[in-house]
Design a binder for this molecule. Structure first.
Ligand code: ASP
Length: 331
């Protein structure tokens, strides 16, 4: 079993070689010719969205490398950006909505097909853990708004102010720049939801997704991230997928469920991500300007990662290291 020390050491070495942004050819060389996304069987492994995925993967790897479950790994993993005020699209420090309130969405799903979710929840830094409680301690899947906050309070989660000074400043700037043509859509760089899928040493899959949603969104708006089958989906017989980007486009195509269903039909994770993104392109009637990206893993440990636009990055953590990768893109 790979130790955490070895994982970090290899990661550091790869980071030093590739500056955590290794070119594919360089990476293939370092890894003995295996390209990514790859086609060889391997586990455990964890994939997550964007650059905050690197630190999240480390926490997930701590669980996986100790023989822990994929479910425990994805929860521990995404809790890292949830608690980090510098990550302004997830949890504490997330950018607020149009009324300057931080409202959070999250969901989690395990290998047994059970799932939990909270949406439009305010005042709780770790919505992923509240979602896990919904999954494990109720017969429900989704609890939203004041009900979700009340549920969190009753389960002993501490209520906290999640709006940081920096996020408030950004909101003020947005407010000052608003015009009657404002469409409530944030600049592209604010797409930074963390979605994570993991395959553990026993071959079980789990996924988690957590976000503060689109910056400066309409108060009450909920995106794809807490919706099972949109922001994330797991079927232990097939694979798991998670999404980031324009949530509305993902919801309208049941994105993560679609990726998993395409894998069930025999497509590789990479091809499944491609087909699901092509569906979005088709439904949007042309060449969408927004970003959507999917990450996916199947039971054999093959992975997929693809986005509509340039710029998406994902973090891949496995025995040989933890790396930030530039995704391929379609448009
Ligand atoms: N998918 C998220 C949402 O629509 C946003 C993102 O990934 O940046 O709420």
């Amino acid at each position: 079993m790979l130790t955490r020390r070895h994982f970090l050491k290899v990661s550091a070495a790869l980071g030093a070689i590739g500056g955590f942004l290794p070119a594919r050819s360089l990476l293939a060389g370092v890894l003995g010719g295996r390209s990514r996304p790859g086609a060889d069987s391997r586990r455990p492994l964890v994939i997550s969205t964007w650059k905050q995925g690197v630190a999240a993967n480390e926490a997930a790897w701590n669980v996986l490398s100790g023989g822990g479950s994929a479910l425990g790994a994805v929860e521990a993993g995404v809790m890292v950006p949830e608690a980090d005020p510098e990550i302004m699209s997830v949890g504490y420090g997330g950018l607020p909505d149009e009324e300057c309130r931080v409202t959070l969405d999250a969901c989690i799903m395990g290998p047994d097909g059970n799932a939990g979710s909270v949406a439009f929840v305010q005042g709780y830094k770790h919505p992923i853990s509240v979602a896990r409680k919904v999954m494990e301690e109720t017969d429900h899947v989704m609890i939203v708004g004041a009900g979700a906050a009340e549920f969190a309070r009753k389960h002993g989660f501490p209520k906290e102010e999640l709006l940081t000074e920096e996020a408030r400043k950004r909101w003020l700037e947005w407010k000052a720049s608003m015009s009657d043509r404002d469409d409530w859509l944030p600049p592209e760089e604010d797409h930074d939801t963390i979605g994570m899928v993991a395959l553990d040493g026993s071959g079980d899959l789990a996924g988690a997704c957590t976000t503060s949603g689109l910056a400066f969104k309409i108060h009450g708006r909920v995106g794809d991230s807490p919706i099972i089958g949109s922001g994330m989906y797991v079927d232990n017989e097939v694979g798991a997928a998670a999404a980031t980007g324009r949530g509305e486009a993902v919801i309208k195509t049941c994105g993560s469920f679609l990726v998993v269903e395409l894998m069930r039909q025999g497509l590789s994770p990479q091809k499944a991500c491609k087909k699901a993104l092509e569906r979005i392109i088709k439904k949007s009637g042309g060449r969408p300007e927004f970003q959507v990206a999917y990450i996916a893993v199947n039971r054999d440990g093959e992975i997929g990662a693809l986005s509509l636009q340039k710029g998406f990055q994902y973090a891949l953590g496995e025995e040989s290291g933890n790396r930030l990768m530039d995704s391929e893109y379609l448009l």
